[in-house]
Design a protein around this ligand. Structure first.
Ligand code: ATP
Ligand code: MG
Length: 583
């Protein structure tokens, strides 16, 4: 590849709309361009990086015994109605009608389509196990597409689906995928961690997410410092039960708290700690049928956060969202900050509380009236709740649910998610097979996703500096860039051309920078593009026969006679590959 003929439209300015570094660098390095919100064109170098990921994924999926196929992106609504997901999936599912008025949707995931295929073809245990996968563009009408390839509306996913005769076999299939994922992300050169995860709208019995560790990650992980426990905070259960407070209950007392709406302000004003306050939050909930909308009041201790995924699971909701101030007022007639559980029952509002609230005594809540709070409030004596459950996010002071050890929290980017589905889909879609004993049984399923395009963004979040991308060797669009720094010098040009052909002959992917640009500009672009090895062929070649090689990752520069360059680079590329394999 010659740079002069390659379409890599790099940008000098920092794109204003890009909030995270991977988005900025993918735009600046000429890897992607935006078509519309969350929808991108992959330019040649962006596509090359994506193809690298795909190749690793294909090799490991095939090695694990999965077979590739390709399913349609446009799916009939009726199939989705069989599982109830046409209604339940929410607005991320893009629904539309064709010219014959037939309802359809763009595939955000393919459980329905694959289950339909398999129920039509698989009759007997002899045809099992089966693991089928595809690599394809998915469409999800995300509410907040952002961060470039990290959260697109159209993005590339690998999705696999396994079918087994019983639970034991299904667990083996799951473990095979777990192991394949470990190899995939290791080979991609990423630092990652597998964590326990919520099963979400896909349903099913258990699941793991694979998280690339990066500060910009949208997910928070609770990780035990003493044992192997690691979980998405959406999932991390709070095991230690709060100790019941045995203090005698005092008489409720209404106190004036003028202008004090925030927890901190109220606590300061009343001279109490937030552990003695219960906040009341209003959520707008969309029911499991995807239709019914209703508000719910949620009670948690003043210093805690509601974990919305736990709340969603408790309510079996399709979707939920914290109500804004004005909506809170419209629903309850009380300004935010002064809301409390007492009197809410009269509003026919469902009230649920975090477990911790049940153990609290004589706490403070909003009085349901502007500028007032109530002291010495107690659950059951003063108000009732429809449900008491683990609804809060695990906090730094919570012990590890497994070993009781200390927990830490880190950020991660979800690049893969595996689910044990069980019979969630096969039961509703009647995907059955005949077992040894002649009995008809539902297929036991699993599903396994990888965000192919998101991996490229995650790799950049984890590997970059102020000058640009630092691609892991395995994901770089090309491994080597040769800078011809003496375009008008016949000796230099001949040497650069020779190295270019020699490296290509050895199967190394090379970009030859043959542009009529100043050296400074060439250095800048090479850094920006993130190509692992930069070969500088310039004045020193003529005088001393020396070529410089610079490693993008650590800036290490070595000088070599030009006839040693190919062997050196082949060795470096092999070392980068094997170091990753061993990790
Ligand atoms: P998230 O919680 O980030 O929305 P998800 O749980 O909805 O992800 P899955 O349904 O498990 O994701 O999809 C499989 C994989 O596809 C994810 O692990 C992620 O890597 C990728 N992915 C999901 N949504 C997007 C998106 N909007 N843009 C890019 N990649 C995505
Ligand atoms: Mg999602």
């Amino acid at each position: 590849m010659r740079y002069s003929q390659t379409f890599v439209p790099t940008l000098k300015e920092i794109p204003a709309e890009a909030e995270v570094v991977s988005h900025r660098l993918l735009l600046r390095a000429g890897y992607i361009r935006k078509l519309s919100a969350g929808v991108y064109t992959y330019l040649p170098f962006g596509l090359a990086a994506i193809r690298k990921v795909e190749r690793i994924v294909r090799e490991e999926m095939n090695r694990a015994g999965a077979q590739e196929l390709l399913m349609p992106m446009v799916q009939p609504a009726d199939l989705w109605r069989e599982t109830g997901r046409y209604e339940k999936y929410g607005p991320e599912l893009l629904r539309f009608k064709d010219r014959h008025d037939r309802e359809s949707c763009l595939g955000p995931t393919h459980e329905e389509v694959i289950t339909d295929l398999v129920r039509g073809e698989v009759r007997s245990y002899r045809q099992l196990p089966l693991n089928l996968y595809q690599i394809q563009s998915k469409f999800r009408d995300e509410i907040r597409p952002r961060f470039g390839l990290m959260r697109g509306r159209e993005f590339i996913m690998k999705d696999a689906y396994s079918f087994d005769v019983d639970d034991e076999q299904a667990n083996i299939a799951y473990q095979k995928m777990y192991d394949a994922y470990q190899r995939i992300f290791t080979r991609c050169g990423l630092q990652f961690r597998a964590v326990e995860a919520d099963s979400g709208s896909i349903g099913g019995s258990f699941s793991h997410e694979f998280m690339v560790l990066a500060k910009t990650g949208e997910d928070t992980l609770a990780v035990c410092k003493a044992c192997d426990y690691a979980a998405n905070v959406e999932k991390a259960a709070i095991k230690a039960r709060p100790v019941e407070n045995q203090e005698p209950m005092l008489a409720p007392e209404k106190v004036e708290t003028p202008g004090k709406r925030k927890v901190v302000a109220v606590c300061e004003f009343l001279g109490i700690r937030p552990e003695l306050l219960v906040k009341t939050l209003i959520y707008k909930v969309t029911g499991g049928d995807g239709q019914q909308k209703y508000p719910v009041a949620v009670l948690v201790r003043g210093d805690r956060e509601v974990q919305e995924v736990k709340l969603k699971n408790l309510l079996q909701a399709a979707d939920l969202e914290l109500a804004e101030d004005k909506e809170v007022f419209d629903i309850t007639g009380v300004p935010t900050g002064y809301l409390g559980p007492i009197g809410l029952n009269g509003l026919k509002l469902k009230v649920v509380a975090d477990l911790e609230v049940a153990a609290m005594r004589n706490f403070v809540v909003g009085a349901g009236e502007k500028n007032y709070h109530l002291k010495n409030v107690n659950l059951d004596r003063d108000f009732e709740v429809a449900a008491l459950a683990d609804l809060r996010q695990i906090a730094a002071d919570d012990p590890c649910p497994l070993c009781g050890g200390e927990l830490g929290q880190i950020e991660g980017i979800e690049v893969g998610h595996i689910f044990k589905l069980g019979t969630t889909y096969s039961a509703s879609m009647r995907a059955v097979f005949q077992d040894h004993d002649g009995q008809e049984k539902p297929l036991i399923m699993g599903c396994y996703g990888i965000g192919i395009s998101r991996i490229v963004a995650a790799a950049i979040e984890q590997n970059h500096d102020e000058n640009g991308i630092i691609f892991p060797v395995a994901l770089a669009p090309v491994q080597v860039i040769i800078l011809n720094l003496g375009l008008k010098d016949a000796v230099i040009t001949a040497a650069a051309e020779l190295l270019y052909t020699q490296l290509q002959t050895q199967g190394v992917e090379v970009l030859l920078d043959d542009r009529d640009e100043r050296p400074g500009a060439k250095f800048k672009d090479a850094d920006l593009l993130g190509i692992p090895f930069r070969l500088m062929v310039g004045a020193r070649l003529g005088k001393e026969g020396v070529v410089e090689i610079r490693h993008r990752r650590d800036g290490l520069t070595v000088e070599l006679a030009s006839d040693q360059v190919v062997a050196y680079l082949l060795n470096q590329i092999a070392v980068a590959g094997s170091a990753v394999q061993e990790r």
